[in-house]
Each structure stands twice: as C-alpha cells, then as structure tokens.
Design a protein around this ligand. Structure first.
Ligand code: PEP
Ligand code: MG
Length: 550
C-alpha cells in the first residue's frame, strides 16, 4: 500500500480503479503558408466559435452547478476577448508570419505564466483559465480534440491538471473522484468540483504507472491510498456508503417544508457574506436570506464602496432570490472586522468599542450611502433591514430617522422603492432586557448568539484560550433566547436566530418549543437542519430541559 498526501477540496471518500489521463500534445506548425491577413481571419473565426462554445458550456454548467459557479465560462469568454491578449496574438501572427494556432499557444503560455507568477493566490489560479481558453481556440483551429478524458468504467481520474471546461463536462456516472498534480484550492476547477460534489485531491505527486490500480481517495484526511490494505478498504467502503446515504437523504429533502411531525412550521434561511454565496443558498433550498453580512463589501476594497457599487450588489442578491426575503444587516464593522480606510483608532477592548451601529450613527454619510443603496434595491424584491449591536431604544429611533430621511430623498428624486421591514439584532444582554420596548419599534428580532454569548459570559469570542469556557448552551443564553422570543411575540414581531447556535441540532427542539419563527444558518447547514426539524414531534414531552442546569 502506498500513501500520498495532497489538498482535499471536499470531505468525502471515493474508492475504485485509477485512470491516468494524458492530454494529447499539440503538433503545431510554426510558419504559415497563408498571408498574415488570412491567419488573422482564421483566428477571429475560431475566437467567435470559442465564445459560442463557452455560451453553451455556461448553459450546461448553470443547470449542473448553478449560475454562480457557471460564471467561470462567462469569465473565459471575457478573457478571450481581452484586448491585450488578442493584440499579442495578432502581433505574433503579423510580425512572425506564424499560424494562428501557434500564435495562440505562445500568447497563452506567456499569459498563463504571468498569472502563475503573481503573489495573489486568486490571480495565480487564473493561470489555468488562460491555458483552458488557449487550448480551446487551438483545438478549433487545428481541428484536434483533447482525447477522451474518461473511460467506459467508473474510475478515479488522475491528471496533471483538469481545466474547468473538462471538469464541468465530466460524466458523473463514470467519475468516482479525481486527483491532480497541479491546481489550487482556489481554482475554478476546484470550485466547480466542490459545487458538483466530486471528491478531489490536488497537489498529489502521482506516478503514471498507477493506471488501473485500486485506490482510496480520502478527502477527510487529505490522502490517497494506492493498493490499500483490505481492512482499510472495508472501513472506507462503509464510510462511503454512509456519506452517500446521508447525501441522498438530504437531497431528497429539497422542496420539502420545514415542518415537525406535529405540524409546527418554521422558516430556515441562509447566512451569506456576499453575492458569491447566493448560488449555494438556492442549491440548498433556503427559503430566504436571514443575514447578509454587508460589511464584507467594505472589507473587500480599499475605499468606501459607493452607493452605486452597493446598489449593484444588493440588487443582484435580491433579484436572484426572486421575491424570497433578504435580510440585509447594516454595516457591522469594528472589533475583529477592520478596514484601514475607516481610520479607526487602536482600542484596548475593540469588542466593546467603536463598532457597528455606533459607527453608523456617528458617520451619517457612510450610513446614508448604505441605506440609500438598500432602499433602491428594495424595488427589486423583498428586503428587510436589520441594525446590529443595539443596546437602546434611542439607537433604533435614530437609525430609523436616518432611514426615513433617505427614503424621503429618494422619493423626491422619483426613485422606486419597495416595502422594507425593519429589525434589530439581539446580541447584547441590554437588548434582551429591553426587548419589550425594542419590539414596539420594529417588525422582527434576530438573535446574534455569537456576540450574545461573548457579552453574556464575558468571554472574548476571538480568544482561542477561552474556547473551553465559551458555552453557548449555558442556561443564561438559553433563557435570554426564550425571553427575547416571548417579548417579540407579545408585540407582534417575528423572532429568529442568525448566530451559529441556530444550526446546532441539539437545540433545535428547544428553540421550536420556545416558539422560534426562523433559523438562519450557513447554506451547508440548511438541509441537515430541515432533516432535524422534520424528525421532531413537539406533541410529545421534551426529552430534556437544557434551560435547567447552570
Ligand atoms: C452574531 O453575533 O451572532 C452574529 C450573527 O453576527 P456576527 O457573527 O457577524 O457578529
Ligand atoms: Mg454579532
């Protein structure tokens, strides 16, 4: 048995025979017997055909992995029309009298080398995309084909590298997983494979003589066992069966309601950090977005995002959700989320410092830019606004007043807007204690249990030394959650949880018995949570009472 390590892109196991794939090397003529003008025309025709192929691939991929992951093929089409890339191809043809395919290959190699040499891992990963589009155009020009990637039997594919287009066209019924020598976890090939649920290991220094040998790809432990010992094989077979059963079970829950055996229904929404997560939200069948952490828009850049930039992002998210609720949390910067251009002072206790709503209420310009962008996006779907880190009724009234000012300005400008629900995050003990008063100001509460735990237990959530003390199951937290739900309901507010605790299956029953209306969790937690909800029967006595012991 041989064991090799790599980087896993999915926590799954695959086993079966290895199939080593060799890409056919190109035999390209250097000098052309045509005029440069004719070679330029050949290139332009092939370029147009490649763009059409990419549009087909986009459609095909969008069906398999959703529009977000499929967008790589739109990026390929853009790269293929990039003026400096095209100019360098034309210049090689015109100055060296080469064939179009030779020029594409040379320009592609030098562009992909330039990307590979960049420091930013994202840009490095684009090197494979340039290789992919160059290969596509050369294949069209030379009438060649890369050769069959897969054989007739299901196998673990082994290759130096796989391009995104090869990956999306892989026949999943014959693919157990893949292993590549090159590639990065940021590459589009990795992103596509993850989205398609293909176990894969990259950066493996494989030996071509392995072709046909039996292997186990262990995505949990980032390794591949070639010619595994029989006992390991049976352990992995059992693990794989369990993975598949679990996956099939979860997939079967799509489009099913989040309803308990006794008929109690709640909403299961998703938490997102940006527009890139919306594909996963839809794939996992969330009923809405319960927390859009808008601060990532501010953390990504090196200057304040403009109203237009923010509007474009919110509109895209809202439009993609097609009428489903999108709760946008206003800027929650400060503490562990710092953006240099804000010029925030160094603080002794940043978690207790100048952050979130405290910044927004004192930097009205920044706050108004965001609120205007959200209000404008509200014309395109169902938007709710949520204010973070609230500790007083005064803050909520001030925030609402600024919101109304923005609404009046936009109305005067004739800008269309939709109805917008207003809510607050309950993530400080103060907000729990005044929940009755807060509930009279808003339409909903969302419990931020990450911060609520930190502030209630006086435990810095960033300090790993305190992990053993950070106990979100502490009865103080659970009683606060119950108190918040009761106060919200007394005044007609719906109440949800958007902190990590919302996805904890041990507490799902407790939350439902408390009367929670919504749980907002990471996209991957949606279907497991739905499964848990559908197994519960609230008409039976509770198995345990976590609110008791302290
Ligand atoms: C929370 O505090 O529970 C929360 C959801 O917000 P964040 O984790 O972004 O602080
Ligand atoms: Mg928080």
């Amino acid at each position: 048995m041989k064991i090799l390590t790599g980087k896993s892109i999915l926590d799954q196991v695959a086993y079966g025979p290895l199939r080593v794939y060799h890409r056919q090397p190109f035999q390209l003529d250097f000098l052309s017997h045509l005029s440069s003008g004719d070679e330029v025309l050949r290139f332009q025709t092939a370029q147009r055909r490649a763009v059409l192929q990419l549009a087909d691939l986009y459609d095909q991929a969008a069906l398999v992995v959703g529009p977000q992951a499929a967008s790589i093929f739109a990026i390929h089409a853009m790269l293929l029309e990039d003026t400096s890339f095209v100019d360098s191809i034309l210049s090689i043809i015109q100055t060296q009298y080469t064939t179009a395919e030779y020029a594409v290959q040379v320009a592609g190699t030098s562009y992909s080398a330039a990307f590979a040499a960049m420091e930013d891992p994202y840009m490095q990963a684009r090197s494979a995309d340039v290789k992919d589009i160059s290969r596509r155009v050369v294949n069209i020009l030379a009438g060649t084909d890369a050769g069959a990637v897969q054989g007739d039997e299901p196998a673990i594919l082994v290759a130096d590298d796989l391009t995104p287009s090869e990956t999306v066209q892989l026949d999943k019924s014959k693919l157990l997983g893949f292993i590549t020598r090159g590639g990065s976890t940021n590459s589009h090939t990795a992103i596509l494979a993850r989205t398609m649920g293909i176990p894969a290991l990259i950066g493996v220094d494989f030996d071509e003589s392995w072709d046909g040998q039996l292997a186990i790809l262990d995505g949990y432990n980032h390794c591949v066992y070639v010619d595994p010992a029989p006992e390991l094989l049976s352990a992995m077979e059992a693990k794989r069966r369990a993975d598949l059963e679990q996956e099939a079970l979860l997939q079967g829950l799509k489009k099913k309601p989040n309803v308990t055996l006794d008929g109690t229904e709640i909403q299961v929404y998703a938490n997102i950090g940006g527009v890139g997560d919306v594909g996963l939200v839809l794939q996992n069948d969330a009923q809405g977005i319960g927390l859009f952490r808008s601060e990532f828009l501010y953390l990504d850049g090196d200057d304040y995002p403009t109203e237009e930039e923010q509007f474009a992002v919110y509109k895209r998210v809202v439009e993609t959700m097609a009428g489903k609720k999108v709760v946008i949390r206003t800027l929650d910067i400060g503490a562990d989320k710092q953006a240099g251009y804000f010029g925030l002072d160094h603080e002794e206790n940043p978690a207790l410092g100048y952050r979130a709503i405290r910044i927004c209420l004192t930097r009205r310009d920044v706050f108004k830019t965001q609120l205007r962008a959200i209000l404008r996006a509200s014309a395109f779907g169902t938007v709710s606004i949520m204010f973070p880190m609230i500790i007083s009724v005064r803050e909520v009234r001030d925030a609402k007043e600024i919101l109304e000012e923005c609404r009046a300005e936009l109305k005067a400008q004739g800008v269309p807007m939709g109805e917008v629900e207003i809510g607050v995050m309950i993530e400080t003990p103060a907000s729990v204690m005044i929940a009755d008063e807060l509930a009279q100001e808003v339409q909903f509460f969302s419990l931020g249990t990450n911060d609520l735990t930190q502030y209630t237990l006086a435990i810095d959530r960033q300090n790993p030394k305190l992990d053993a003390f950070y106990n979100p199951h502490h009865p103080a937290i659970l009683r606060m959650i119950r108190q918040t739900i009761e106060a919200g309901h007394r005044h007609g507010c719906w109440v949800g949880i958007c902190g990590e605790l919302g996805a904890d299956p041990v507490l799902t029953e407790t939350f439902l018995r408390m009367g929670i209306d919504e749980l907002s969790v990471s996209p991957a937690a949606i279907l497991p949570l739905r499964k848990r909800i559908r197994e519960l029967d609230l008409s039976r006595p509770a198995a345990s009472e976590p609110l008791d012991g302290a």
